[in-house]
Design a protein around this ligand. Structure first.
Ligand SMILES: Nc1ncnc2c1ncn2[C@@H]1O[C@H](COP(=O)(O)OP(=O)(O)OP(=O)(O)O)[C@@H](O)[C@H]1O
Length: 242
């Protein structure tokens, strides 16, 4: 579903991603961890073209993002993204937030669009908020709406960029529980940047450890947490687990 081949990414002179090679199979759940500034957000933002790469190849759903002929709209249709700060449309109701992209991009029938949107709101436990404005909801509720909005596009892959780090602690589990359900869906490819190690342990098929723009370790979850090989991963885990 997603393959990085010798990818290099720069912000001006700053080398943000260094020789990234990574393959994520369809249906896999991969968690990216690592110290602040190691390039985790940058890496997942390249997958739906939010950040361009400068060298190498990045194949998403069969299309190379390094190829100027690749249609980014087509990529974004299949690859949803959930951000740390929700990014809901402030001047639209919860229901409109969810219905907008399917209407504009997928051009689906209005009644069907509403039916799907309401079903998604049920799924995230917020059907009664359909006609509210996002600003009247808590952060955790807004994030659940943002997830429902992504799912409405029926993406093949979902990218989560620290989706719980802006939330009050009591809101975190509601969001993680929905993410766990999504991760368990064997058709959905899920890439998650998070500091929630419990979540990583429970749902990730693999853990990627990054530092200084490089992937230092890429291992099955149980193996990674039981025996991290890289000294920097060992140090990171010992700091974060206390
Ligand atoms: N738009 C940008 N312009 C210039 N430098 C940037 C930009 N975005 C990120 N960087 C730099 O790239 C490096 C990697 O940032 P990135 O946000 O990908 O790290 P991260 O591992 O996700 O960190 P965190 O856990 O703190 O979110 C950092 O040094 C950051 O300052």
């Amino acid at each position: 579903m997603i393959e990085f081949k010798d990818v290099e990414k720069y912000y001006g002179d700053f080398h943000a991603l260094k020789n990234i090679n990574l393959k994520v199979e369809a249906g896999e759940t991969v968690v990216l961890i690592g110290p602040s500034g190691s390039g985790k957000s940058t890496l997942i933002r390249t997958v739906n073209g939010l950040e361009p790469i400068q060298e190498g190849h990045l194949i998403v759903n069969g299309f190379d993002l390094a190829d100027s002929k690749t249609d980014m709209n087509r990529i974004r249709k299949n690859v949803g993204m959930v951000f740390q700060h929700f990014n809901l449309y402030a001047n639209k109701t919860v229901l409109e937030n969810i219905m907008l992209a399917p209407r504009k991009v997928l051009k689906i029938d209005e009644a069907e669009n509403k039916r799907v949107a309401m079903a998604l709101l049920e799924r995230v436990g917020l059907a009664e908020k359909a006609d509210k404005m996002p600003s009247s909801l808590s952060g955790g509720q807004q994030q659940r709406i943002a997830i429902a909005r992504s799912l409405a596009m029926k993406p093949k892959a979902l990218l989560f960029d620290e989706p719980t780090s802006a939330l009050d602690p009591e809101m975190v589990n509601d969001v993680l529980n929905i993410m766990k359900e999504i991760a368990a869906d064997s058709d959905m490819t899920t890439l998650v940047v998070t500091h929630e190690m419990g979540f990583a342990k429970q749902v990730a098929d693999r853990v990627i450890f990054m530092a200084d723009g490089q992937i230092l370790e890429d291992a099955p979850t149980t193996e990674f947490f039981a025996h991290p090989k890289e000294p920097r991963a060992q140090k990171f885990l010992s700091q974060i687990m206390h």
